[in-house]
Design a protein around this ligand. Structure first.
Ligand SMILES: [Fe+2]
Length: 247
């Protein structure tokens, strides 16, 4: 990763952070059972660089279809690490990680480089592409937090979130969000029940997810289960198991 890219991303993050009321964001995050979003938050020049990287990695999309659960395409961390320096610089930016720690109250680090989900792009490009309700369950020994960034939004699809799903003391609240370019969403994967509604004709939606963990270790049985799920549902067997063998 070039020093110029790292500096550009660090400047963009500083610019975004200057526009945030951190105390208010922390409160909202807690009040919403570990979920928060900032609409069109990341600066446009940074988003433009990420859109260019989305176009560059398009030939590497792996499409999957699991009846009644998901249909769509993905590009894994392994491809992004080679072809998407801006996205990688954002994923690893120390000021960005410190900001996430400050909002969540957890000590965070990027996922191990063997994890294809560490940071990944999700492409909704064909009518009906969607993902059903799920948690971003952590197979790590610690908690896992998801950052979702809107990159391309030319769709009627919505990110539907049910807040307080695991808090019996609170009434569930449902949000349906468009993920416009630069929109930032942060949540604890084990607490937010969420889905993406089906894409319409001639629409497109591309989102980026960045995953952070409190403890990067994983029980070997959970590692195998996690690899199988990634191979079937996201990135393909060759990509997942060849990389896992190398790791
Ligand atoms: Fe998810």
């Amino acid at each position: 990763m070039s020093e110029a890219t790292t500096t550009t991303v660090a400047d963009a993050v500083a610019d975004a952070l200057a526009r945030v009321d951190l105390d208010a964001l922390r409160r909202t995050y807690r009040d919403q059972s570990e979920f928060v979003y900032l609409e069109r938050w990341l600066p446009a020049p940074l988003v433009a660089r990420m859109v260019a990287e989305v176009e560059r990695v398009r030939p590497a999309i792996n499409r999957n279809y699991i009846p009644r659960h998901k249909k769509g395409g993905s590009v894994s961390f392994h491809t992004l690490v080679e072809q998407a320096p801006t996205i990688l610089a954002l994923y690893r930016a120390p000021a960005f990680i410190a900001f996430l720690e400050s909002v969540t109250g957890a000590r965070l680090q990027p996922c191990p480089p063997s994890d294809p989900h560490a940071c990944a792009l999700y492409f909704y490009t064909e009518p009906g592409d969607h993902i059903g309700f799920h948690f971003d369950t952590s197979y790590y020994r610690g908690a896992r937090y998801t950052v979702l960034v809107g990159i391309v939004e030319r769709s009627s699809s919505r990110l539907v979130c049910q807040l307080h799903k695991r808090d019996p003391a609170r009434r569930p609240v449902e949000l349906a969000l468009a993920t416009h370019p630069g929109t930032f969403i942060l949540f604890n994967g084990d607490t937010l029940w969420h889905a993406i509604t089906p894409l319409g004709e001639n629409e497109e939606r591309v989102s980026l997810t960045l995953e952070y963990v409190t403890d990067p270790s994983m029980h070997p049985v959970k590692r195998l289960f996690s690899n199988l799920k990634d191979a079937v549902a996201y990135f393909g067997f060759r990509a997942v198991f060849r990389r896992a063998a190398r790791a």
